[in-house]
Design a protein around this ligand. Structure first.
Ligand code: 173
Length: 318
């Protein structure tokens, strides 16, 4: 009797030590360290590590030198890493719906209230074995940057570097898409392998692309989506306090999007100062471009995800 009691007490003691132990999560970013698309995630890591002392520690391994960008989603799924800063565009092979995330531009506070976050989280749970912890940059658009001047929105004869974000719209306007990871954009432009590329309005200075960019085409389109994923087993293995800590930090991270309004204005000025000219074909051409850009992108998502795509579009409301 006594030995059973002792064994039981020892077990309880072991369990509580385990739950009180600091958990370490290994994290990577699909974007280069210290650049625009990684910076806020890196602030998030610092915050978790300081608020979460004794509870949680994120071991940030770094950017694409650790895991190639298009493999980051799978690395989270298979728990090669526990956490990642990555865009859905980089794992559409595992989750075609991820290509639709760029079409959802509502603030995260709203997406968390109206069921959008919940639905996207379920898709990540099922298809990517991960928790959709946070989404950043909902208010930052993309652009097509060009080195050849065009006199209307028509990419015929142009080779344009893409990811799934821009593929459909580039094709719809007659361009030839060439897929590369961000790390290969500079060389592709320098060698003339590409005549242009898609990228957010911010961040082209980070890797020196301003030196190989002549024009930025208007209008801005879609909505940048960079998210923080946590492997689902890793997430389930956390206790309530640890999960709350990560959730609170995720909401804080999403709140940093409010800084982007000023950042976008500053970036456009900086591009102009660097000699990058805007190609603007006026409101009617812009509207026609945007209508078509959204339409071809949704059709593409729905074609590859006929069950779930329409629901995503309904939640996006566009
Ligand atoms: O590499 C890309 O152009 C891309 O798809 C992307 C997506 C989100 C943020 C930045 C780039």
């Amino acid at each position: 009797m006594r030995s059973i009691f002792i064994a039981g007490a020892a077990l309880i003691a072991a369990a509580s030590t385990a739950s009180a132990q600091e958990v370490t999560l290994r994290a990577v970013s699909a974007f280069a360290e210290g650049t625009e698309l990684s910076k806020n995630f890196e602030r998030f890591v610092e915050k978790v590590n300081s608020d979460g002392k004794g509870l949680i520690k994120i071991n940030y391994i770094g950017g694409p030198r650790a895991v190639p960008p298009f493999e980051v989603g799978n690395a989270v799924r298979t728990r090669v890493v526990d956490m990642a800063n990555v865009t859905g565009a980089f794992y559409t092979n595992l989750m075609p719906e991820a290509d639709g995330l760029k079409l959802i531009g509502k603030p995260m506070s709203e997406q968390r209230k109206n069921g959008t976050w919940d639905y996207i989280n379920q898709l990540h749970n099922q298809k990517l074995g991960s928790q959709y912890l946070a989404r950043q940059f909902h208010n930052v658009p993309f652009h097509i940057y060009l080195n050849k001047k065009i006199d209307k929105i028509d990419f015929s004869g142009l080779k344009i570097r893409v990811t799934p974000v821009y593929r459909d719209v580039v094709e719809a306007f007659g361009g030839t898409p060439i897929t590369t990871a961000p790390g290969e954009v500079y060389t592709a432009l320098e060698r003339g392998v590409a005549d242009g590329y898609g990228w957010p309005v911010t961040g082209i200075f980070d890797l020196g692309w301003d030196k190989v960019t002549k024009f930025r085409m208007e209008p801005p389109f879609y909505s940048v989506e960079v998210n923080v994923l946590v492997n689902l087993d890793a997430w389930k293995g956390l206790n309530d306090a640890q999960r709350k800590l990560l959730n609170d930090a995720a909401l804080w991270l999403e709140g940093l999007d409010s800084e982007k309004v000023a950042a976008i204005k500053a970036e456009r000025e900086r591009q102009a100062a660097a000699g990058i000219q805007t190609l603007d074909f006026g409101p009617a051409a812009s509207k026609a471009f945007l209508d078509r850009a959204y339409e071809v992108a949704w059709q593409s998502v729905i074609k590859r995800a006929p069950e779930t795509g329409p629901k995503l579009r309904q939640l996006a409301g566009n």
